[in-house]
Design a protein around this ligand. Sequence first.
Ligand SMILES: *[C@@H]1O[C@H](CO)[C@@H](O)[C@H](O)[C@H]1NC(C)=O
Ligand SMILES: *[C@@H]1O[C@H](CO)[C@@H](O)[C@H](O)[C@H]1NC(C)=O
Ligand SMILES: *[C@@H]1O[C@H](CO)[C@@H](O)[C@H](O)[C@H]1NC(C)=O
Ligand SMILES: *[C@@H]1O[C@H](CO)[C@@H](O)[C@H](O)[C@H]1NC(C)=O
Ligand SMILES: *[C@@H]1O[C@H](CO)[C@@H](O)[C@H](O)[C@H]1NC(C)=O
Ligand SMILES: *[C@@H]1O[C@H](CO)[C@@H](O)[C@H](O)[C@H]1NC(C)=O
Ligand SMILES: *[C@@H]1O[C@H](CO)[C@@H](O)[C@H](O)[C@H]1NC(C)=O
Ligand SMILES: *[C@@H]1O[C@H](CO)[C@@H](O)[C@H](O)[C@H]1NC(C)=O
Ligand SMILES: *[C@@H]1O[C@H](CO)[C@@H](O)[C@H](O)[C@H]1NC(C)=O
Ligand SMILES: *[C@@H]1O[C@H](CO)[C@@H](O)[C@H](O)[C@H]1NC(C)=O
Length: 347
Amino acid sequence: MWGLPWKYLVLCLLFLFLHLQAIFSVTSNCSSPSPQLRSSNQSFVLLHFKNAFLIHNSASIHCSNFDSFPKTESWKLGSDCCSWDGVTCDRSTGHVIGLDLSSSQLIGKIHVNSSIFLLHHLRSLNLACNDFMFSEISSNFAQFTKLIHLNLSSSNFSGLVPSEISHLSKLGSLDLSDNNAGHGLEIGQHCFNKILQNLTEVRYLLLDNVNMSSVVPGFLVNFSSSLISLSLSNTQLRHEFPNGVFRLPFLQQLSLSRNGGLIGNLPESNWSSPLRLLDLSLTKFSGILPETIGDLIHLNVLDLSYCKFTDSIPRSLWNLTGSSLVYHLHTTVFPDNFQMFWATSAK
Ligand SMILES: *[C@@H]1O[C@H](CO)[C@@H](O)[C@H](O)[C@H]1NC(C)=O
Ligand SMILES: *[C@@H]1O[C@H](CO)[C@@H](O)[C@H](O)[C@H]1NC(C)=O
Ligand SMILES: *[C@@H]1O[C@H](CO)[C@@H](O)[C@H](O)[C@H]1NC(C)=O
Ligand SMILES: *[C@@H]1O[C@H](CO)[C@@H](O)[C@H](O)[C@H]1NC(C)=O
Ligand SMILES: *[C@@H]1O[C@H](CO)[C@@H](O)[C@H](O)[C@H]1NC(C)=O
Ligand SMILES: *[C@@H]1O[C@H](CO)[C@@H](O)[C@H](O)[C@H]1NC(C)=O
Ligand SMILES: *[C@@H]1O[C@H](CO)[C@@H](O)[C@H](O)[C@H]1NC(C)=O
Ligand SMILES: *[C@@H]1O[C@H](CO)[C@@H](O)[C@H](O)[C@H]1NC(C)=O
Ligand SMILES: *[C@@H]1O[C@H](CO)[C@@H](O)[C@H](O)[C@H]1NC(C)=O
Ligand SMILES: *[C@@H]1O[C@H](CO)[C@@H](O)[C@H](O)[C@H]1NC(C)=O
């Protein structure tokens, strides 16, 4: 393949791309193009996107779901793109509003000039579990101003997350987790502050394994009060974690594990009552485990292994052992009653 005159190929592609852009902007300025015409042009855009990738099942194998499937193979010129695997259209306008190419075995780069950025009407974009070969998340992602769900997890993205991502002010979920091959992803303080300021509707924020070493956790007090799930495992957060986060009213899942430099205490009052999962393992959270932890009647995973908590396990926790709570308290800090507690809770 590389024996071909690839320079011509590149030129052709470039020409096609410019042409596409022209077609697309003509369409979007048309007074009332029919849904068919719009979707046929979107077909072009999608096919162009598809052709930027090789397909190989090794690209999705790392995501432990075994149902990876090359969705783009069903994409063929001449059929309505709204019927293609992974594509969702708005019935009334014909616009492509959803693209789910998770676990689609895609291998290749997403460049700044990728045709995907012409799909301005997207509300949901899932590219998780592919291999984008250390592509950077370009600031062009900010063009998807209607996005509500963005999932770029486990896809070999790398580099600095652009602060323009904060323009996606309608986002309800943002998942950038587990892009940890190579240098991985990194979020700076500036970008993170803008995210906190602008993503006021975010309910799911998953940044596990993103390098956040320059983020000061104190700023996390300003998290959107709509948060349901916050996952910041192995993000290299350091210093004091603000315990206001434990009080977010809708919070169900909080994972801060594997941040060996993160210190903090658990609040003694006003916990977020819906909390179901609390994972503080391998952090430097310390102090006492307050009795009020027993008020978390929905808690079913509590992982405090290898933290620095002192003193004993509060009696109130024993009350929760009748529920399906799974404890992980493997640690050296409960010298006296750990064995007894373990025996009891294992019943
Ligand atoms: C997009 O940009 C990349 C990197 O700059 C370049 O290699 C590629 O040829 C460009 N593609 C098109 C279609 O212009
Ligand atoms: C849509 O794309 C087709 C095929 O490229 C093109 O002929 C047509 O002019 C476009 N429609 C509009 C409304 O621009
Ligand atoms: C097409 O629309 C864009 C933005 O919607 C605008 O900037 C541009 O001037 C328009 N072009 C024409 C030819 O009307
Ligand atoms: C990412 O890149 C590495 C190194 O090139 C490769 O081994 C791996 O399969 C790629 N995919 C993922 C998702 O890690
Ligand atoms: C992102 O996609 C992956 C793979 O499909 C999935 O496991 C994960 O739950 C998604 N994240 C969110 C926030 O929905
Ligand atoms: C917040 O979002 C709005 C609307 O998308 C955007 O105009 C503004 O630039 C964003 N502000 C920041 C700080 O990103
Ligand atoms: C995280 O980012 C910081 C600042 O860019 C860098 O010094 C550090 O080496 C990174 N850590 C890892 C594990 O890549
Ligand atoms: C939190 O937000 C408020 C209001 O926007 C601001 O005054 C305050 O400085 C912020 N706190 C932190 C720690 O960023
Ligand atoms: C706990 O909640 C009560 C009632 O909302 C409030 O008065 C009190 O100040 C809160 N305590 C803390 C420490 O936030
Ligand atoms: C355990 O539950 C019982 C019944 O709900 C309650 O009366 C008691 O105070 C609880 N014990 C602790 C230590 O929270």
